[in-house]
Design a protein around this ligand. Structure first.
Ligand SMILES: Cc1cc2nc3c(=O)[nH]c(=O)nc-3n(C[C@H](O)[C@H](O)[C@H](O)COP(=O)(O)OP(=O)(O)OC[C@H]3O[C@@H](n4cnc5c(N)ncnc54)[C@H](O)[C@@H]3O)c2cc1C
Length: 175
């Protein structure tokens, strides 16, 4: 199930295999250094790790933001792996959502954010074959620019991207 774009229409019970979860995911505290509204409901949040710290990740992986009460919220890396001192998130506002509402209404540059990661086995594999990104199909929360930046960062993989038809009310632009 793509939980980043699925919407439950009624109460659901979700089972997961605890054994599949990694037991030791590194934890970080980073600072919000830039916030930018990409569309009316997508906020770009750039986090910087403390001086000298980096996070090694692959395109396609994600982090869990750790809320004050310990709850976790998953967000994908929107920056390419060759910028390991930063974590860029593109956060879509969920109506009534605890964390995303906080991002849009209270979060500001200078705030600290705790997160754990990187998480996820699904990542872009290096290949000679071209990839075509079609974000107009709206298959994930992140808009086109980070996805194409990711693939450009993957040395040899050529890519092309169609432009997104969604959420253009404030004129979405690439970072
Ligand atoms: C691997 C992964 C990667 C993801 N990457 C991204 C990303 O890059 N960008 C992005 O924007 N999102 C991403 N998501 C989705 C993101 O994790 C969620 O949108 C986010 O967790 C919502 O957090 P929240 O605290 O704002 O909402 P929550 O407080 O968790 O609520 C979410 C929604 O559920 C509703 N809700 C809450 N409790 C209930 C209830 N008891 N009954 C009915 N409805 C309820 C809320 O009103 C709200 O609409 C990703 C998800 C996964 C799993």
């Amino acid at each position: 199930m793509l939980s980043c774009c699925a919407t439950a229409l009624e109460d659901v019970i979700i089972e997961y295999q605890a054994s599949a979860a990694s037991s030791r995911i590194p934890e970080y505290t980073a600072r919000v250094v830039k916030m930018e509204k990409l569309t009316h409901d997508v906020m770009r949040v750039l986090l910087k790790l403390p001086e000298g710290q980096t996070i090694a990740f692959k395109a396609g992986q994600y982090v869990n933001i750790i809320l004050d009460d310990g709850q976790r919220r998953a967000f994908s890396f929107a920056n390419p792996p060759h910028e390991p001192e930063f974590v860029e998130l593109q956060i879509r506002l969920m109506t009534g959502g605890k964390f995303t509402t906080h991002v849009f209404e209270k979060m500001k540059e200078g705030d600290e954010v705790r997160f754990e990661g990187p998480i996820g086995d699904f990542s872009l594999r290096e290949s000679e074959r071209p990839i075509v990104l079609n974000p107009s199909a709206r298959s994930s929360s992140s808009p086109a620019p980070p996805a194409s930046r990711r693939s450009r960062a993957w040395s040899k993989t050529p890519s092309s991207a169609a432009s997104s038809a969604r959420s253009t009310s404030t004129g979405a632009s690439g970072p």
